[in-house]
Design a protein around this ligand. Sequence first.
Ligand SMILES: C[C@H](CCC[C@@H](C)[C@H]1CC[C@H]2[C@@H]3[C@H](O)C[C@@H]4C[C@H](O)CC[C@]4(C)[C@H]3C[C@H](O)[C@]12C)C(=O)SCCNC(=O)CCNC(=O)[C@H](O)C(C)(C)COP(=O)(O)OP(=O)(O)OC[C@H]1O[C@@H](n2cnc3c(N)ncnc32)[C@H](O)[C@@H]1OP(=O)(O)O
Length: 386
Amino acid sequence: MALSGVRVLELAGLAPAPLCGMILADFGAQVVRVDRPSQSAAALVHGDVQARGKRSLALDLKQPQGAAVLRRLCGAADVLIEPFRHGVMERLGLGPEVLLQENPRLIYARLTGFGQTGKYAKSAGHDINYVALSGVLSKLGRKNENPFPPINLLADFAGGGVMCALGIVIALFERAKSGKGQVIDASMVEGVSYLSSFLWKSQNLGFWGQPRGENLLDSGAPFYETYRTSDGKYMAVGAIEPKFYNQLIKGLGLNLDELPAQLSFSHWPEMKKKFASIFAQKTQAEWCSIFDSTDACVTPVLSFEDAASHQHNKERSSFIKNDPGEISPRPAPVLSRTPAVPSCKRDPFVGEHTEDILLEYGFTKEEIAKLHSDKTIEIKDLKASL
Ligand SMILES: C[C@H](CCC[C@@H](C)[C@H]1CC[C@H]2[C@@H]3[C@H](O)C[C@@H]4C[C@H](O)CC[C@]4(C)[C@H]3C[C@H](O)[C@]12C)C(=O)SCCNC(=O)CCNC(=O)[C@H](O)C(C)(C)COP(=O)(O)OP(=O)(O)OC[C@H]1O[C@@H](n2cnc3c(N)ncnc32)[C@H](O)[C@@H]1OP(=O)(O)O
């Protein structure tokens, strides 16, 4: 796989860093999640559901010898993913100056909401706050409604986990030439802003002149909308270009000559009502049979279950099943020679691989036993815990 041989240490965090680590693992990196030890049985399973292909090492970083273990691991790693607020790693004596001095090849990825500097660098926050600060949240939502974030997909995952993975791959590529690591300051506010470059750069083109929810791509246009069908499902319509719009109109059984011009903004509300009343007359399956073989850009809005079993997605094997039977998306994109090979194993328990990982990184059995008796590390005995 493309990233085989790359050693990654991911300090356990909430949603974005786990996705970043999972992407690297899917494409072949050896990813170790560094978890907080806990004696409670309830904490056996970390809240991380994006742990595919990772192993878990339970290490108490608050103990000086625990921080020393991480320093030693970083000395032999390629990448560290760090998901805490600015200042946490410095307080632990694990800031980039320390770790990069010990291993100048290390890529130290700092994945935060607000970045390492600035007024909010030390503030708590979540996806919605980061999308808000990027300016993008102000654009999202329907007419006359409050701004509404698309779950936590935009900042945590697109602008956070994926953007950070991109930064890491770019830094690995550069390191192959320079031999040097570097620090990545991956701010989710900036990740989302960067993703929204099109919105910023298209402001003078006239598509964003109306209030939120009344523009071309924000649910203002009748031909870029979802419509409810007679069986309570939905169809998604994205017929922007005139040649595709014409096919939409034909599929709906309407006559183009009897309708206002496609881009007549003042007619959009009335046209939406018309389209809605027509879509409400047939089931989703009936609309699919009308539109599936056309270029009208009309597709069903699928549930997760229906997405996994949809003919197109099945033909491409877009969803995979792991050994415990959980279905999830196959890693994307698909590389022709070195595609991702996602692990089928269940996710790791906290501390399940502590001993193996430390041995692999050069710790002796005696050192491991001492760390264990000092409660600096946790070695999970699965049989005893289950
Ligand atoms: C909208 C999303 C968030 C959605 C998350 C939900 C999906 C999950 C949230 C709760 C989960 C549930 C819960 O855990 C209970 C169950 C557990 C069970 O196992 C599974 C089911 C659960 C129901 C579980 C289910 C789900 O997982 C949940 C519902 C987001 O937006 S996520 C993005 C958040 N933002 C960032 O990541 C940006 C950067 N980070 C931050 O800004 C802060 O970290 C953050 C997120 C604000 C949290 O602040 P906090 O004060 O808690 O932490 P930090 O200031 O960063 O400091 C970390 C401290 O921890 C110490 N530490 C770390 N590692 C170790 C270690 N190995 N050993 C010892 N100590 C460690 C570190 O030293 C810091 O300590 P100090 O503060 O004393 O310096």
